[in-house]
Design a protein around this ligand. Structure first.
Ligand code: HPA
Length: 274
């Protein structure tokens, strides 16, 4: 797809969203495994299936609905992206490009990215929540491949906005919710890591490992959105505990931690300054 084709899909997606709601979402949240509970706390929800938003991806993974929910949290216009495209599905890390550029075109300035991740830190057992302070792009792939202008040389210092992180940490603490903070390493997947890979990632300074988020952060920073990243640790990294890793295991811990994750988002969203 060329640039003008993508711009056309984005324009049509913006129109469809504007026709559904008069509110312009200031903040959008991509809901990963375990994070969908916040969708039930949205006031005056309006749902648009991704299938009606031509810049949005077609989805395939169990547990990801593929719906954009517009509405309000604490009287703030928000957009929830219920489901994401992962690079492991197609090999293409740009699966969320059209969706994120649609948010930017709508005038949305803040993107909250949530995910389920493996913990690399014994101090963060399964069920812990973590603010992402920075990432390691282990895959060394980018959703910006093919961009030609100088904007593609995106500054990734402060990729996970320090001010948003402080606001989120303060809101969590005021709500009595423990959140850790750490570096998220992006692996391509869909296979889990080997124990040797987990030892490598720990040596490299990562506290969490997962298969999403990083391409979206790059796209968002390129589009000028500020990013807050949140991980739910669903398991210890391979070889760190005697549990067998599986997607079912991820989803089980995710559903056990879902209430806490929804509480965290409900506390954090009103606290994030535009
Ligand atoms: N590794 C990679 N991705 C993950 C994991 C993991 O252990 N848990 C949840 N997503």
């Amino acid at each position: 797809m060329n640039d003008s084709q993508l711009l056309d899909l984005i324009g049509r997606s913006v129109e469809r969203i504007r026709s559904a709601s008069d509110d312009t979402p200031e903040l959008a949240i991509v809901l990963g495994s375990g994070w969908d509970g916040i969708a039930g706390l949205v006031m005056d929800p309006v749902d648009i299936p991704y299938a009606q938003l031509p810049a949005f991806p077609a989805l395939g993974v169990a547990g990801h609905a593929g719906t954009l929910r517009l509405g309000r949290i604490a009287n703030r216009p928000v957009a929830l992206l219920r489901g994401r495209k992962h690079a492991y599905e197609t090999g293409d890390p740009a699966g969320m490009k059209g969706a994120i550029r649609t948010l930017a075109a709508l005038g949305c300035g803040t993107l909250v990215l949530t995910n389920a991740a493996g913990s690399l830190d014994p101090a963060m057992p399964p069920g812990s929540l973590m603010l992402i302070s920075d990432h390691l792009n282990i895959v060394q792939r980018t959703p910006l491949h093919g961009e030609t202008d100088n904007q593609r040389f995106v500054d990734m210092v402060n990729a996970y906005d320090a001010a948003l992180r402080d606001q989120a940490a303060a809101a969590a603490s005021a709500a009595g919710i423990t959140v850790h903070e750490g570096v998220y390493a992006w692996v391509l997947g869909p296979q889990f890591e080997t124990p040797a890979e987990i030892r490598m990632l720990r040596l490299l300074g990562a506290q969490a490992v997962g298969m999403s988020t990083v391409p979206e952060t790059i796209l968002a920073r390129h589009a000028g959105l500020k990013v807050l990243g949140l991980s739910m640790l669903t398991n210890m990294g391979a070889g760190m505990a005697d549990e067998n890793l599986s997607h079912a295991h991820t989803l089980n811990t995710a559903s056990a931690t879902a209430d806490q994750a929804a509480k965290l988002l409900a506390a954090v969203v009103p606290a994030l300054k535009a």
